[in-house]
Design a protein around this ligand. Structure first.
Ligand code: SF4
Length: 155
């Protein structure tokens, strides 16, 4: 098991330089995010976001924070991307299970780099969450479906 202690609070502050005072909750949640990003913790969503650039059509940081709040209770190990433009976003985040690439007044929802929906800006968060739910069902099928599969006779 990975021993998180050597990382230390000082190094966490390098990750969040704008944070003056770490609370215990923030230290723990930051630690979990590091472990998830290193694939050492297989529980909960990993949120990735593009760094934004001159091509960005939206405030990527704001959108990523909103999506992060929506994913807070997700237990499935799913990678979700928030990208700032629909031209490059899906390709740059093709390793994400599900992603959103925001354009002007609309957004592309993609899975593993493949565009699956184009939706109006007002619907983009609900559409993203629908695709995340579908992907979660594929990654971690509901318990009843797992039990039914286990009971199916083998050839
Ligand atoms: S996804 Fe678009 S906005 Fe984000 S870094 Fe790439 S090119 Fe720039």
């Amino acid at each position: 098991m990975f021993d998180f202690r050597p990382v230390g609070v000082a190094n966490l502050k390098k990750i969040h330089p704008d944070v003056q005072h770490f609370s215990t909750d923030l230290e723990v949640s930051t630690g979990f995010e590091i472990l998830k990003s290193m694939e050492l913790r297989k529980e909960g969503a990993v949120l990735v976001a593009c760094p934004s650039c001159g091509r960005a059509d939206v405030d990527v940081r704001k959108l990523a924070n909103t999506v992060g709040d929506l994913l807070r209770k997700t237990k499935t190990p799913i990678k979700v991307a928030v990208m700032g433009c629909e031209v490059n976003g899906p390709g740059e985040a093709k390793d994400a299970d599900v992603g959103i690439a925001a354009g002007v007044g609309r957004a592309v929802i993609f899975r593993k780099g493949r565009k699956v929906r184009i939706v109006a800006e007002d619907d983009m968060l609900s559409a993203l969450m629908e695709e995340i739910e579908k992907a979660e069902a594929e990654i971690a099928p509901p318990v009843n479906a797992q039990a039914a599969a286990a009971e199916r006779p083998q050839d």
